[in-house]
Write a protein that binds this ligand. Structure first.
Ligand SMILES: Nc1ncnc2c1ncn2[C@@H]1O[C@H](COP(=O)(O)OP(=O)(O)OP(=O)(O)O)[C@@H](O)[C@H]1O
Ligand SMILES: [Mg+2]
Length: 227
């Protein structure tokens, strides 16, 4: 992909919900372009549609109007197979770390599933090595792999969520309020990691937050979704 290409683009998107006969327009004619390695902030008060917009960019919800391009491809024009093939390159980390991983699996089992689903790698040793490298990159100790999600802190789980993103090698990911449930020192650490990884791995990031000061520090541009 050339340096000028956008990993994700949205053109004039509008999203409305109908409830009890009324149309509630969350946003209209919203456009955004993100290049590889760039972090764009998305700011706005609770309920203004930030999560909905992130989900639309990832193809998890559909806009009423407008176009989304993944790596230059209009996703509405892609065949189902082509869209499925591109899907792993467009990822998300969630606001609530505790819902990120299944409660009955150790972290090693959860990450092993991710590697198995997304590569042709089969040997246990190679899979384990990939996982150890990914968790090293987010400063997690390998003995934490034996634990279940309930045995980890919010900050540790959020770093595991980041390591899962790294294993998937996305072109773009949405970080939806990834630090809002964490205390201040852990917040700063997660934000620094996201900034470092985006730049080093050339991933585009949409960083969603209602904390404007945080976004100004972490992001190249901050877009507002206030109505
Ligand atoms: N499927 C749906 N049907 C009807 N209304 C919906 C649907 N999904 C979301 N909404 C409404 O759209 C609005 C925006 O929701 P969204 O979750 O995108 O906001 P947000 O900006 O992410 O808020 P927060 O900062 O609290 O996470 C809310 O009022 C929500 O209730
Ligand atoms: Mg939200």
């Amino acid at each position: 992909m050339s340096d000028d290409a956008y990993c994700i683009e949205a053109e004039n998107i509008t999203k409305s919900f109908f409830s009890r006969g009324y149309e509630n327009t969350l946003f209209s004619s919203f456009s955004i372009k993100v290049k590889p390695g760039e972090i764009i902030g998305l700011y706005g008060p609770s309920g203004c549609g930030k999560t909905t917009l992130g989900d639309i960019l990832l193809g998890l919800q559909f806009p009423n109007k407008g176009k989304i391009f993944w790596n230059g491809n209009d996703i509405q024009k892609l065949s189902r197979n082509s869209r499925m093939a591109l899907r792993p390159y467009f990822q998300k980390i969630y606001q609530d770390p505790s819902t990120s991983f299944p409660p009955h699996q150790t972290m090693e089992a959860a990450l092993t599933d991710v590697v198995k689903h997304n590569t042709l790698t089969t040997t246990k040793e190679i899979i384990h090595q990939k996982i150890v490298t990914a968790i090293n990159d987010v400063d997690l100790e390998r003995q934490l792999l034996k634990r279940y999600p309930r045995q980890l802190s919010g900050g540790e789980i959020q770093r595991f969520a980041l390591s899962r993103v790294l294993l998937l090698k996305p072109l773009f990911f949405v970080a939806d309020e990834p630090t809002s449930r964490l205390d201040l020192s852990v917040q700063a650490r997660i934000v620094r990691l996201i900034m470092h990884l985006a730049k080093e791995r050339r991933m585009g990031v949409l960083f969603i937050s209602h904390d404007l000061e945080l976004l100004k520090i972490a992001c190249k541009n901050v877009l507002s979704l206030a109505r």
